[in-house]
Design a protein around this ligand. Structure first.
Ligand code: ATP
Length: 227
């Protein structure tokens, strides 16, 4: 279980998040939406331990996430795919995956390639020469090499064509189903994300203005009024 308990956070005098709470059972799928500057990335950074909340705590299976100890958080089962295609461009696909699993089980490369067939097809290709969508799949595969219980994704659809966005979202659903990996997806593309997540949180100026199940939000004709 992942619990966000009354988390507030900021940067100096600026408040970026105010009193955010959420309780997620293992394998849950949460979408986090909101305009630029709403605090979405800051929330992900608090969850992974890259940013210290000014108040509140994040707990994984009852134990607090310690700010400043990101590698320890990753070892505890939370992986983070930051915005942009975070691959080593001069290494091959296989080398990128292997390096990501160095502290874990390197043989998991086979599982990841089974999950993302495009990576198997391109295993010897230099990552920097792949398309944006392929690089995003590789970034997902690299995160999966740590065999996470939770996968945090910051705007995975950025810069991708609609058909590729569908592929990426589809693969996330497969990851969730195959390994029971919980998903926390920060996105600007709300319709595409609502197809994958089961609950969502809309942030506005650091505050939660909607929190509930995805189907209810998807059915709202006035959905955009929340933003
Ligand atoms: P985006 O969609 O543009 O990535 P976001 O919803 O992820 O936005 P955050 O990046 O969490 O929002 O930013 C929340 C607020 O904190 C914004 O006002 C932003 O300018 C500010 N902020 C973010 N990072 C820093 C930083 N390193 N130093 C100072 N202020 C920051």
């Amino acid at each position: 279980m992942l619990e966000i308990n009354s988390v507030s956070a900021g940067y100096g005098a600026l408040t970026a998040l105010e009193n955010i709470s959420a309780s997620l059972a293992d394998g849950a799928r949460l979408g986090i939406f909101g305009h630029n500057g709403a605090g979405k990335t800051t929330l992900l950074r608090c969850i992974i331990g890259a940013h210290a909340p000014s108040a509140g705590t994040v707990r994984l299976n009852g134990e607090p996430i310690i700010p400043g100890q990101v590698p320890a958080t990753v070892r505890r089962g939370i992986a983070f795919v930051p915005q942009g295609h975070n691959v080593f461009p001069n290494l091959s696909v296989e080398e990128n995956l292997t390096i990501s699993g160095l502290l874990f089980d390197r043989s998991f490369v086979t599982e990841v390639m089974r999950l993302f067939p495009v990576l198997e097809e391109r295993r010897s290709q230099r990552a920097g020469s792949m398309s944006g969508g392929e690089q995003q799949m590789l970034a997902l595969g690299m995160a999966m090499m740590t065999q996470p219980k939770w996968l945090l994704l910051d705007e995975p659809s950025t810069g991708l064509a609609p058909v590729i966005v569908r592929n990426v979202m589809g693969q996330l659903a497969v990851v969730n189903k195959t390994f029971g990996t919980g998903l926390i997806i920060v996105e600007q593309n709300v319709p595409a994300t609502l197809k994958v997540v089961e609950s969502c949180l809309i942030l506005k100026s650091g505050r939660a203005v909607y929190q509930g199940d995805a189907a209810t939000l998807a059915a709202k004709p006035d959905l955009w009024e929340w933003f």
